[in-house]
Design a protein around this ligand. Structure first.
Ligand SMILES: Cc1cc2nc3c(=O)[nH]c(=O)nc-3n(C[C@H](O)[C@H](O)[C@H](O)COP(=O)(O)OP(=O)(O)OC[C@H]3O[C@@H](n4cnc5c(N)ncnc54)[C@H](O)[C@@H]3O)c2cc1C
Length: 430
């Protein structure tokens, strides 16, 4: 009987498994609905030879132990680049972060940004994201980029978002920071040389495959008798459960009586990704991605995926992916692809003469956990209940904490959880 049962074989489940194996624990297993591991961190190769990730993905391991694991799994089979990202504002490419590079704007706009920045009410007591932007950066910086971009990406009223997630990318700045004197764009990004972002997780999954049960969909969790039912039939007992499935799905699986009440706080946005594979020479060599705040352009981000590894496109080809936050499920893939190509031409990323060799489409029903204002109180309530039944929930939607939802933070949280569980069974996640 597995002492520890892990639900889900995405990044979080695989990191927990890796750590349990490293600690030489034997009684554990992962149940995964898919035929392979990786979850959102997977890559596909299309029939023309273009490699597509599920939206723009790169490795930025801040946790040294994650960097060590990445090296040990990838050996020398990866590439390192400088992050080279931009915001498209007034038709110009302004180096990211926008608020630190306003001197690249037309001079009248950059002067207005500076004046507004100096007269902002920086000490205002604000708790929501929209008002935080205005008080931290002033009206012009906010309205030229930060507000329209975030409205487009979140498709949620920004006054209903908290501010817990902003410190990395939108932390406080001084007047000296406005003009790009402090270079924050020099962060290194790592990327597998072959097979896309997901190839790291494929290899990680292979390293612990003997403990993973694939094609096993969890259909109920009985927290009293401590058994998980998979594929509506098989029963798997557990002592400790690590959940990496979306928290709202787990509440459904255990038939938590308040699962309906939590619905308003466990909010997520979907994502549509349109990939375009082209032949010829790219004019965007060396660029990582561009944020596009314009409300009349369909997508909010363009990622130049073949710049992460030229093996992501066939010889003499290049590729990009456009990310769109739709209002609901996409019914007409052909029309969204046509509109994406037309908008790429309108903003001069593609030209009339660009040769499109391949297109790719991916719809992710649940892509971003939205950081709602009352999120942390509700999560404390849910985790308190789960922990009292020896259930620990982590991962992008297992924790539902946006600022902990890239693989770097998930690695740190997974290792910390396994370490605590192995040393004591009485620990609760705060
Ligand atoms: C657009 C986008 C860009 C991103 N960019 C980056 C980036 O640049 N760098 C970075 O580090 N991270 C990035 N991330 C985050 C990264 O992809 C995710 O954090 C990570 O893959 C999530 O892992 P997870 O294990 O928490 O969840 P998931 O990947 O969702 O894994 C959950 C697993 O559970 C399985 N499952 C679901 N239901 C059941 C069931 N009933 N029974 C059994 N199994 C089930 C699923 O099949 C899946 O494999 C990005 C994410 C997105 C969406």
């Amino acid at each position: 009987m597995p002492r520890v049962l892990i639900l889900g074989g995405g990044a979080a489940g695989l990191f927990c498994g890796y750590r349990l194996k490293e600690l030489k624990e034997r009684d554990w297993g992962i149940v995964e609905a898919g035929q392979s591991g990786g979850g959102l961190a997977r890559s596909k190769t299309d029939s023309k030879g273009f490699v597509w990730d599920v939206g723009g993905h790169t490795f930025t391991p801040k946790d040294r132990r994650y960097a060590v694991l990445f090296e040990s799994i990838m050996k020398k089979d990866y590439l390192a680049h400088d992050k080279n990202s931009f915001a498209m504002v007034t038709g110009r490419l302004i180096r990211s972060p926008f608020q630190k590079n306003i001197s690249a704007l037309p001079s009248h706009l950059s002067a207005r940004c500076t004046t507004d920045f100096m007269s902002r009410n920086a000490t205002a007591n604000v708790s929501d994201f929209e008002n935080m932007l205005l008080s931290r950066f002033g009206r012009s910086i906010s309205e030229l980029f930060l507000l329209p971009y975030n409205r487009k990406a979140w498709k949620t009223d920004l006054k209903t978002l908290n501010t817990a997630w902003v410190e990395d990318s939108m932390g406080p700045i001084s007047l000296d920071d406005l003009n790009g004197t402090t270079d924050t764009n020099k962060q290194k990004i790592l990327y597998p040389a072959r097979g896309g972002f997901g190839s790291f997780f494929e290899r990680l999954s292979q390293s612990i495959h003997e403990n993973i049960l694939f094609e096993k969909t969890v259909t109920s969790v009985d927290i009293v008798n401590r058994v998980v039912r998979v594929n509506d039939s098989e029963v798997i007992p557990y002592e400790i459960l690590i959940n990496t499935l979306p928290l709202n799905c787990l509440l459904e699986l255990i038939r938590h009586r308040e699962r309906g009440a939590f619905r308003h706080h466990l909010v997520s946005t979907p994502l549509a990704v349109v990939g375009i594979g082209l032949s010829g020479k790219s004019r965007f060599e060396g660029k990582s991605w561009i944020y596009v705040p314009n409300p009349d352009v369909l997508f909010h981000r363009i990622t130049f995926i073949s710049n992460f590894s030229h093996n992501n496109a066939p010889v003499n080809c290049w590729s990009l992916m456009c990310e769109i936050t739709p209002y609901g499920a996409i019914k007409d893939v052909a029309s969204i692809t046509r509109q994406t190509i037309s908008d790429l031409r309108r903003i001069a990323v593609l030209q009339k003469t660009s040769n499109i060799e391949s297109t790719h489409f991916e719809y992710i029903n649940r892509a971003y956990p939205v950081p709602m204002l009352l999120r942390d109180d509700r999560l404390r309530q849910i985790n308190g209940f789960l922990n009292s039944h020896d259930i620990f929930s982590i991962g992008r939607f297992g924790s539902w904490i946006y600022e902990r939802s890239n693989t770097d933070c998930i690695f740190t949280d997974s290792v910390a959880l396994v370490d605590r569980l192995c040393s004591s069974r009485q620990i609760t996640i705060e």
